[in-house]
Design a protein. Structure first.
Length: 409
């Protein structure tokens, strides 16, 4: 399916090039925007750009087990991201395509989709794409993050934010902007392509939606897809958002494994799984504030067994060992001064639905984070330093720090 999708995109691009009637071509290069080619008086655009994020990471994990106390310290230097984007658009034909690769990952294909632009405010996309029915932070690319890494809320409820499906996005208004979005996806995250020919989707499809409101108007150009106020909004700008998704038969919390859950006949029997997100983002003269709330729950979990012979029925609290269940909060506060130096703080907490189950995937914790960023050329060239600590009710502790340099090209 991966090869077929990329082949379709290449064919579409070939059609775009062959459709040109008059060859008036231009090219340009800008840091962060990459190499751009313009054909036929700007009616056809082709763009190649990307970014790299080499980082040094320190981890200190303290865990309490029945056998005793364990302390694990690790240090590593790695390239967190080596992303390359290839994009094209034909304005007259109202079509576009995007391919994104991350060569630091064992599964390098991040996105591959085509789009049909009905007008300037409404578009339909098909393929593998970053979804919008997650918490707000996980709808932003890695190169626009406030901290060196995503929050624990984002890692717990989302982890990988790309899915295969059909996506519809629209926008209405000027002074009061409304952005409704709707998607139907495989609901199986990156596993939609499988590890091999024998690894296929077992879960059902997912319905996802998001609604963003901008009561004081949209953010300034270049200041939209990040929680940081890079531009320095002269007037207070607010984004209110809500997202909801429901998977009809979820194979796991992330769709990347297939737990043994069956009905009385020995067939796979997966519960429905819903996620709900609310977020508030404020920006004003370099100051920014982000609040996120996440909740997840199951439905239709009756008569689920943990073996094909239907001897062992699933106890309700044990479903939390297969799915992320419960609610979480995430608060960011940051300020960027005129010389491009940013200071940021983060606080998070989680409340698992079955807090007495020590095997629950979602554990109760409080987490704190502090970050310093130096924006030499916005997100095109920056350095970031972060220190984080998570205290779990079980007594476990995670302390980690990270320094990274980001270079866009």
């Amino acid at each position: 399916m991966k090869k077929s999708l990329i082949t379709i995109i290449i064919i579409c691009f070939s059609v775009i090039i062959n459709a040109q009637e008059k060859q008036i071509n231009n090219s340009s290069y800008d840091l962060g925007d990459g190499i751009s080619f313009s054909f036929n008086e700007g009616n056809y655009l082709f763009n190649i750009y990307g970014f790299i994020r080499p980082a040094y990471i320190y981890n200190d994990i303290l865990s309490y087990e029945q056998e005793g106390t364990y302390k694990e310290i690790s240090r590593q230097f790695k390239a967190k991201n080596s992303n390359l984007f290839i994009e094209g658009r034909a304005f007259k034909e109202k079509v576009s395509f995007t391919i994104q690769m991350n060569y630091s990952s064992s599964q390098p294909l991040v996105e591959a989709f085509i789009g049909y632009h009905i007008d300037n405010s409404t578009a339909i996309y098909f393929g593998k794409r970053q979804v919008f029915h997650n918490n707000l932070e996980m709808t932003h690319n890695e190169d626009t993050l406030r901290f060196t890494d995503t929050s624990l809320l984002g890692q717990n409820y989302t982890q990988s934010s790309e899915e295969v499906g059909i996506f519809v996005e629209s926008s209405f208004g000027e002074k009061f902007v409304v952005e409704p979005k709707l998607a139907v996806t495989s609901g199986d995250r990156r596993n939609s392509f499988g590890e091999d020919s024998g690894d296929f989707d077992l879960g059902g499809f997912k319905l996802g939606s998001r609604l963003n409101l901008y009561p004081l108007g949209p953010f300034s150009d270049g200041n939209e897809n990040t929680a940081v106020d890079l531009i320095g909004e002269e007037k207070l700008k607010i984004q209110l958002g809500g997202a909801y998704s429901k998977t009809f038969g979820v194979s796991s919390s992330m769709g990347e494994d297939h737990p043994g859950l069956y009905d009385s006949s020995g067939n796979h029997n997966f519960p429905d799984y819903s996620q709900l997100f609310f977020d508030l983002l404020l920006k004003y003269k370099g100051f920014s504030f982000l609040f996120e709330y996440a909740d997840s729950y199951t439905s239709n979990p009756n008569l689920v067994y943990t073996d094909e012979n239907a001897f062992n029925i699933l106890i309700p609290q044990h479903i939390s060992e297969h799915l992320i269940l419960g609610d979480s909060y995430n608060i960011h506060l940051g300020y960027i001064i005129e010389n491009g130096l940013g200071v940021d703080f983060r606080y998070e907490m989680a409340n698992p639905e079955f807090d007495m189950n020590t095997e629950s995937l979602l554990q109760s914790f409080d987490s704190y984070g502090f970050g310093i960023s130096k924006y030499l050329d916005g997100n095109n060239l920056k350095m970031q330093l972060g220190a984080y600590k998570a205290d779990f009710d079980s007594g476990n502790e995670i302390t980690y720090g990270e320094f990274l340099v980001q270079i866009a090209f």
